[in-house]
Write a protein that binds this ligand. Sequence first.
Ligand SMILES: [Zn+2]
Length: 432
Amino acid sequence: MVWSEAEGGIPVGLALIVMAAFGLGFNRSMQHTKHCVSRRSVANGTETSDLLHRKSEGIDVKSISSCALCDVDVANKNDSGEHILLQSLGGRRQVFGFICKICNSRTGQLWDASLNQELAHVALMHGVNRQRSRELPSKKISTVDETQLLLHADGSMSPAEPTFKAIEVDGKLTYSAIARNVAEAKKMIGGLQKKHPKFEATLTTKTEYNNILKMDFSVGGPQSGRSLVKTAVAFAHAMGIPHNDCSNAMHYLRKEQAPPCYGHFHERDLVSGRSSEHLIHCVSVKGDSSKQALLGYVEYFSIAKVVVLLSDKYLGPDVQQIYAIDPSSGHELPVKIDLSLTQDELDRVVHVDESDFAAYRRSLDQAFPVLMGRVWQRSQDQAIHNAIGQAFKELGIESDEELLPNQYWQFSELFVKHLRPYLEATFVIPAL
Ligand SMILES: [Zn+2]
């Protein structure tokens, strides 16, 4: 009998590389919006039920000291620190005097949680440094053959559930099982030995590197779309632009049936100065009084990229500010964002057609090598870390003890033994 068990997590890198090489398993569909509307129709939207308060309410909003979403006073106790970019995805900067605590909580649980869920697998693969927050929860993913796996915060994977099979071969009953860790495997063996006292088990550990994963990169439903738009309005607020100057966005955020005031933008890269080491999050707002346009741009992981038509009646000062971070560190980045969109481009923002998919695919093709680089580096770091840990453990050396000179050779052998599955999957190793 053979017991297969994943020792620790499986570095996800090689699985993804296989996927990328053969172009399998992707659903790159651009799932934007059932509503394709013009800017005019956004401005002329009819009155609908209030999104957060269920009562009928006009779209006009009051001074900057009132909640942008429900109009209550946000001074003092009722004020909330709203993260401009999602804290759960590594955002740092907060705005105050923007929305009340209740709206912060509600939109966090509905809108932000939805966006967070759509981007969770990218966050786990890339790595996110979250401020004052626990590590990212593991997410269930599947391979093209429908094997269920868990993707973990360190970028590794493990079987989602243990499996257990009894097979009769030549009159002999053979049990085969996959456990998620050694303790789980030993528990299974113990259970069988109670049932069959003569039962003998062979426990082997095995790490699989060659699964092809299925991933969905769709972003922007009714909930997550509002999170993206809220980010642009929050950044405008941080720039000193009152939320009532973001009339299209406020209508969309407040009215459940309002058409989206944003669209995915992939036909050209508006960001310059990207790093090849990591993906980025960024937000920018630009006010152009000559065009009466107040535009926002929000990007997560260099994959979700949206232009937000905050207002087409903007008469404030000509301004632009940019806030960009590396999600793996939270450090701010000096990128430039060109929001000088042509009228044709603006008109296309809220319209989606066939050509958008090709543009989206080109955009993903630029982001993917960077994501793969992160995955590769993290899986290599993880494999080396695990191999060192296993070698120390087998030598009986505690973490605070030093390796003695007479243990060097044995340590090297054990280190290579535990690193070998990773090396075999990474490089072609000739038979000895
Ligand atoms: Zn509120």
